[in-house]
Design a protein. Structure first.
Length: 347
């Protein structure tokens, strides 16, 4: 049975925070950083636009089922513009279906917390590695870590076939930044079942498949970048596992992450594939960069750690993503082709 009175893996140990965490440098999303928030200061025009978007979303959420049935394109376009942060929790719960699941399963979350799970030790080890620079999770044994432990504990029992896998803590964490534990749990359940089936299964076959689809689309759009990656031996498995398993929470600036999630929860996993394509095209679009990355190590380090910040800026990145020339047919054809190849490879 889960003991909510515990303060962490060692209840006798004095609570501490990450050495790099500094509450004096928190940005507006709760992350400690030595750099200033890159978001421009609000002006009257931005504030007015924000209030207008909030009102539109507020009205839309009041008649959600009707809007989704009759005017999904309106929802999609508004998600692409970005959901007002003040309404993100409600919008994400509505988009993924977490709110409905919670309503249909009243009391189950608390019941799951009363049971033991064999994953407790693994979950507790990962608590201290996840969002350690965020105010909610920086304190060892603090409220945020306790709530994350509850969510992951409950999920490991709800879906014993998967139990727990490390990337889940990143998904649980971003949800907990916006909503209470029970709401986060049901959103996690929905995301795992509807959006990321197979992502955490043995062999990570679904991630392998989506990585192959991503590579195929890059080859269609920019064959010279595909040839460069092949020449350097940079296969999707070397970078896309973290991208997909953590839904880019460890890859992109937080404002960009939130925008990606707005679209992901509306449009599905194809958004994650398109984000990966966008990252690869932006990273290696210039011949000078490809020439400088003349080895596997240089190419992978540049892609994972050294991309210019301006390429990952929220508005710039999302514009590049939405302007990709990838049709639904291209996605479908790439998926079917790579699925056949993966099955042949695994047979």
């Amino acid at each position: 049975m889960m003991n909510s009175s515990r303060s962490g893996p060692d209840s006798q140990r004095k609570r501490r925070t990450c050495n790099e965490y500094n509450p004096q440098t928190l940005n507006r999303y709760g992350f400690s950083s030595s750099s200033h928030d890159t978001t421009p200061p609000p002006n009257s025009k931005n504030v007015a636009l924000c209030r207008e978007r909030e009102q539109k979303w507020f009205e839309m959420l009041k008649s959600w089922d009707q809007i989704m049935s009759n005017d999904y394109n309106k929802v999609k376009m508004r998600c692409r513009k970005g959901i007002p942060h003040s309404l993100r929790a409600a919008a994400w719960r509505a988009l993924c279906g977490g709110a409905n699941l919670q309503h249909q399963n009243k009391g189950l979350f608390e019941d799951l917390l009363k049971k033991d799970t064999r994953w407790t030790g693994t979950i507790e080890k990962d608590l201290h590695r996840t969002y350690k620079m965020h105010e909610l999770f920086a304190e060892e044994g603090g409220l945020g870590q306790k709530e994350m432990c509850k969510v992951l504990h409950a999920y490991s029992l709800y879906n014993p076939k998967i139990g727990y896998c490390q990337g889940m803590s990143s998904i649980a964490g971003i949800l907990l930044m916006l909503m209470p534990a029970e709401q986060a749990f049901w959103c996690l359940v929905s995301i795992m079942e509807k959006y990321l089936p197979g992502y955490y299964s043995d062999g990570l076959l679904a991630i392998q498949l989506d990585g192959r689809v991503m590579e195929s689309l890059v080859a269609d759009l920019r064959p010279e970048i595909s040839a460069f990656l092949e020449d350097r031996g940079v296969q999707a498995t070397f970078y896309s596992v973290e991208w997909f398993m953590c839904v880019y929470t460890r890859t992109l600036p937080w404002e960009t992450v939130l925008r990606i999630w707005d679209m992901f929860l509306c449009e599905g996993v194809k958004v994650l594939i398109k984000v990966g394509v966008t990252l690869l095209l932006l990273a290696f679009s210039e011949a000078a960069v490809r020439d400088a990355c003349d080895s596997f190590d240089k190419a992978i380090k540049y892609l994972k750690y050294r991309l210019p910040k301006q390429l990952l800026d929220e508005d710039f990145f999302v514009d590049e993503l939405l302007n990709l020339k990838i049709s639904e047919r291209m996605l479908r054809d790439a998926h079917l082709s790579q699925l056949a190849k993966l099955r042949e490879f695994c047979s």
